[in-house]
Write a protein of this length. Sequence first.
Length: 120
Amino acid sequence: MLRGRVKKMQEENNIQRQILLGVSKKSPETRLFRNNVGLGYMGTVAREEPPIIVLRNYRHVKYGLHVGSSDLIGWRSIEITPDMVGKRIAVFASVEAKTETGKPTAEQKNWIGQVRKAGE
């Protein structure tokens, strides 16, 4: 089961790389960045015996935007028409990469729904 999950993650990572490469070549006004979400620990190393590290005075460190937030986030710069003052604005972009058999989690569906709703 674990091998299957690792393989699926590698496939999704390949899809993400292809998206990042394609966007950078075909859409210079769009910037996307990898968004890893998770939890780690930091503190003073009390003992290190690889692969085990014991931390003293540890604390949690959360990273990424939010649980369920998309794999790739960024913006697309668009030009506002002259009747809208003629300035450029950034439009938020959020891309969830899945394999053909991959399915978004409930948290990912919620994130996607919220982003779409905000753009209405």
